[in-house]
Write a protein that binds this ligand. Structure first.
Ligand SMILES: N[C@@H](CCC(=O)N[C@@H](CS)C(=O)NCC(=O)O)C(=O)O
Ligand SMILES: [Zn+2]
Ligand SMILES: [Zn+2]
Length: 191
């Protein structure tokens, strides 16, 4: 059987709603769930194959999107949150009991500082932006996927209409490079 990329991808993509404006995400504890409330839909929602983003069991990819950090509040059981790796660029706040990542936050100078990384599958609500692309696809090899399976994985993304990239999408890579250029003193007209 073909490997599961992610439950939100395997059987085709369900479009989100442009009028949807947020909702609640909860961890997977049976009781005393950590709850966060998002006052915004996500943007740049995508499949991520890196080793650090949270994935449901059996899935090769995470589905992760961003929201302005001001749109994120912890609304229940905040004391169960702990940062997975304080040295990482993205400080992923996970539930100490079930391991689910509720939000990832960047505190250092970075093009994505001000945006939090979240997994909308932790919500019961419908309307969240659907995945737009797949990133860090080759990274799944680092967790044991066979290099010879990569054609099949990329073909599965293509079949559901998602472009597969080995880093991020061109839009996001351009944002990162623009930030780096501006930091080095380059000024672009009309930007
Ligand atoms: N090949 C590496 C890629 C790691 C990576 O660069 N992940 C990206 C996508 S989430 C990132 O922005 N990482 C920053 C961080 O994890 O803090 C892996 O699989 O661990
Ligand atoms: Zn939990
Ligand atoms: Zn990732």
């Amino acid at each position: 059987m073909a490997p599961s990329l992610h439950p939100l991808v395997d059987n085709g993509i369900t479009p989100g709603s442009s009028s949807f404006s947020g909702g609640k995400l909860r961890c997977r504890c049976a009781s005393d769930q950590v709850e966060i409330t998002l006052n915004s839909n996500v943007a740049h929602n995508h499949a991520c194959g890196c080793s650090k983003c949270w994935k449901p069991s059996g899935a090769l990819f995470s589905i992760v999107g961003v929201v302005p950090r001001d749109a994120v509040s912890v609304t229940a059981n905040a004391s169960k949150l702990s940062i997975v790796d304080k040295e990482a660029t993205i400080q992923r706040n996970a539930c100490k009991d079930c391991g689910v990542h509720l939000f990832g936050r960047i505190e250092k100078d970075h093009p994505f500082k001000g945006l939090d990384f979240v997994h909308v599958e932790l919500s019961d609500e419908m309307g969240w932006q659907e995945p737009q692309f797949a990133g860090f696809v080759s990274s799944i090899i680092e967790r044991g996927s066979h290099p010879k399976e990569m054609d099949e994985v990329r073909a599965k993304f293509k079949a559901v209409g998602l472009q597969a990239y080995d880093v991020l999408s061109p839009v996001l890579m351009d944002l990162i490079s623009t930030f780096t250029a501006q930091k080095s003193g380059i000024r672009f007209a009309n930007l």
